[in-house]
Design a protein around this ligand. Structure first.
Ligand SMILES: Cc1cc2nc3c(=O)[nH]c(=O)nc-3n(C[C@H](O)[C@H](O)[C@H](O)COP(=O)(O)OP(=O)(O)OC[C@H]3O[C@@H](n4cnc5c(N)ncnc54)[C@H](O)[C@@H]3O)c2cc1C
Length: 704
């Protein structure tokens, strides 16, 4: 496996322009400052930070409580993922000193984990390039455009109209855009073209636009994958990556550079192109470090410091040490690149923001207490959010939402959590708790999941019975992984421009015939999370779910029940009898709180149904083949419910300023990405534009 030392040309610290001595506007010698700062009990290592003596004097007037600042900088950003890295680079470009704190050991957040399908629009530069049939400036994109020029002929106004088209109904028969806050939607649409250009200016390469963003929530959000080219060195400036770093050299191994193996992007970019979040997050991180953004990793932001508890300017944040250690060795995990890192290990530090704080710490899907406010059944802690191993328990912990509420912020769009098809669903990857990723050994956090899981696909659900925590079936297995389809326009194949004359904002788009045709919500998820005989006071958790099958199923399917796909981590069990299987699950699964008392009977009953050729409980015979579960050994793989994205969060205005319960701006406080709500738009496209706007606006704040 390639190591950091193998990429000298890719290390921004090799570039003389990155010498901290040259970079520091105030002429501070960073290395000297490390010594002085530590001696004074102040922040160490950040050239853009305040001098020690000065920092001592920076005491905020928080009423009775006085805050002594450990660090000071123009703009503080909580979270170094999609929105945070974008905001950091943008604010730095505009002259601010910027410090990013991130609870993780490495940067990128879930963006690093993602598919890097970035949907923007409004006649953005990649649309214009594709319309003209041109390649990118470097000539790396060698395939022809995938969309007709007419299809790509958009404008900001059209994008805005799409974003607010209340007449579109989704498969839950809701109007997903009806409640998109107009000011946010307008500002987002207006900033899409500039954001696409900004990303490209920071080493992000986009392949051809390929349709709209499936599940992106918009018809005219233009999806383009980010890519790098396989080469003999990993070099963000050149746009190349080695096969080892990309995780494509060995199908069972990835790298410290790429937590998830990159995928082939020949179709959208050209031969040798590979894609996923690595091709987006690493270039942005590289650029941020090159430009002098500083990072305090292993540092979790907790509180906002405001002049008065619910009035006045936001002055800074408090953040606690959140070390992430290697799951096997216990060593402190290290970020892939180190330049710009501030090594700070005190339990709590206070960081003053002269101009603004930007909250970009992601959503609330990893906090069962918060998410259950909007979907009470998902209070069950057995089911995590996406990216658990990479992010750790602090990822998507609702920290922005909680801290914002404490200083009087309002929330928006919380109901929009329920209106996106893939927000929560049952994954087809079984046998691992961290079931929403294909991460393999080679990345230092793999040990937190310990097994990659077995992706059985939708048809794999025909091969087993699915049982709840007491060992009872609860739904037709074959319909369990079904997700609601995407938004569609009457009579079309997905989007206007593809042979459809869609009249926006026309009530006939949501006429009852169309609502009937669209509605296809399947209730398997609700059944999976229902209270059952094992649910106990005070929380009545639904408990874990299990796929139960026998050796014949393994032979029919070829499922590889070996490391790294499964391991002895409490998410995979094997036994010679069903009784023993039930006992093992109860003894060794962390969330199995009750015995699977009914499992033996359930299997016997199921085998009877197979004999009869009919499943009177859940009518499986209509959907799928049925097979006896009778040949030992018997197996159980965990089935996971995943909360993918957050669609509700802090209320912001079109400048990404956080707004309070009275509709007033909270001075000095910005937010973006999944930390904010009021805008039903998926993922990266949302976060990047939010970060771009927040970074632009934050530097306009008066310095205090
Ligand atoms: C497997 C997968 C595939 C995806 N594919 C796509 C795709 O193809 N297209 C798309 O549009 N979207 C995709 N997404 C969604 C997309 O990645 C996210 O919506 C996006 O990254 C959210 O941006 P964000 O800035 O809000 O959060 P993140 O990018 O997750 O960044 C949040 C950062 O905040 C840090 N943090 C959290 N809490 C704290 C705290 N208290 N203090 C300090 N730091 C904190 C985290 O460690 C993280 O680094 C995918 C997601 C996953 C998991």
């Amino acid at each position: 496996m390639a190591t950091k030392g193998d990429h000298p040309s890719n290390d921004p610290s090799n570039d003389p322009s990155n010498d901290p001595k040259l970079e520091d506007e105030r002429g501070l010698n960073r290395r000297d400052f490390v010594k002085t700062g530590v001696a004074a009990g102040l922040g160490a290592g950040a050239g853009a930070l305040v001098e020690p003596g000065e920092a001592q004097a920076q005491v905020s007037a928080t009423g009775a409580e006085q805050t002594v600042w450990d660090y000071e900088v123009d703009v503080v950003i909580a979270g170094g993922g999609c929105a945070g890295l974008t905001a950091a680079i943008r604010a730095r470009d505009l002259g601010a000193s910027v410090l990013v704190v991130d609870q993780n050991f490495d940067l990128g957040g879930r963006m690093l984990h993602s598919g890097a399908l970035v949907s923007l629009g409004g006649a953005d530069p990649v649309q214009l390039r594709d319309m003209k049939g041109e390649s990118d400036d470097e000539g790396l994109v060698t395939v022809d455009p995938l969309e007709n020029p007419e299809e790509l002929d958009d404008s900001v106004d059209l994008l805005f109209t799409d974003l607010t088209d209340w007449s579109v109904v989704d498969p839950k028969a809701q109007s997903p855009y009806r409640y998109n806050e107009r000011e946010l939607a307008r500002s987002w649409a207006e900033n899409c073209p500039a954001t696409r250009q900004f990303l490209m200016d920071n080493y992000v390469r986009f392949a051809r636009i390929s349709g709209t963003h499936g599940g992106g929530g918009l018809s005219r959000a233009r999806a383009a994958q980010c890519f790098l080219m396989l080469g003999d060195r990993t070099d963000m400036k050149a746009g190349t990556i080695t096969a080892e770093d990309a995780g494509v050299a060995d199908p069972e191994r990835t790298s410290a550079f790429a937590p998830v193996q990159m995928t082939n992007a020949t179709r959208t970019a050209g031969p040798n192109a590979v894609s996923n979040g690595v091709a987006l997050a690493r270039p942005l991180e590289f650029s941020a470090r090159e430009k002098g953004v500083e990072f305090m990793l292993h540092r979790s932001f907790d509180e906002l410091v405001r002049e008065q508890p619910s009035t006045g300017k936001v002055l800074g944040i408090t953040a606690h040490y959140s070390p992430r250690q290697h799951p096997e060795t216990g060593e402190l995990l290290q970020s892939y690149w180190q330049n710009g890192n501030v090594d700070e290990r005190r339990e709590t530090v206070n960081i003053r923001a002269r101009q603004a704080v930007i909250l970009a710490s992601g959503g609330h899907g990893g906090n069962p207490e918060v998410r259950s406010m909007f979907y009470p059944a998902l209070r069950e802690p057995a089911f995590p959010t996406s990216g658990l191993a990479l992010q750790g328990p602090g990822g998507q912990d609702a920290s922005a939402l909680i801290a914002g509420l404490r200083v009087g912020a309002n929330l928006a769009g919380m109901q929009q959590n329920l209106s996106y098809g893939t927000t929560f669903h049952i994954t087809t990857r079984l046998g691992t708790r961290d079931a929403y990723t294909s991460m393999m050994p080679g990345h230092p956090t793999f040990g937190f999941r310990a097994s990659a899981g077995v992706n059985v696909g939708n048809t794999g659900f025909e091969e087993f019975i699915a049982v709840n925590q007491v060992g009872k079936r609860f739904f037709s297995e074959v319909r369990l992984p079904a997700r609601p389809g995407l938004n569609r326009y009457p009579g079309d194949r997905g989007a206007p421009g593809r042979g459809l004359a869609h009249t926006p904002l026309d009530w006939r788009n949501c006429r009852k015939e169309w609502v009937r045709e669209m509605y296809n919500y399947d209730h398997g998820l609700d059944a999976a999370l229902a209270i059952n005989e094992g649910s106990e006071a005070p929380d009545y958790y639904s408990g874990p779910l299990w796929a139960v099958f026998d050796q014949d199923a393994v032979e029919r399917t070829g499922w590889e029940l070996r490391y790294p796909y499964v391991s002895d981590n409490g998410y995979f069990f094997q036994a010679d009898t069903i009784e023993e299987l039930a006992q093992k699950i109860e003894a060794d699964h962390e969330f199995q709180r009750v015995p699977l008392s009914y499992l033996v009977d359930t299997v016997a009953t199921w085998n009877g149904y197979v004999e009869d050729g009919a499943d009177p409980e859940f009518e499986r015979h209509e959907d799928a083949p049925m097979n006896r579960i009778a040949t030992p050994p018997f197996y159980a793989l965990s089935i996971m419910v995943i909360w993918h994205d957050s669609y509700g969060g802090l209320r912001v205005n079109g400048r990404q300023q956080v707004v309070d319960m009275q509709g007033q701006v909270i001075p000095g406080l910005y937010a973006g990405g999944e930390a904010v709500g009021g805008f039903n738009k998926h993922g990266l496209g949302k976060g990047h534009v939010h970060g771009y706007i927040a970074g632009t606006q934050a530097v306009e704040e008066p310095s205090s």
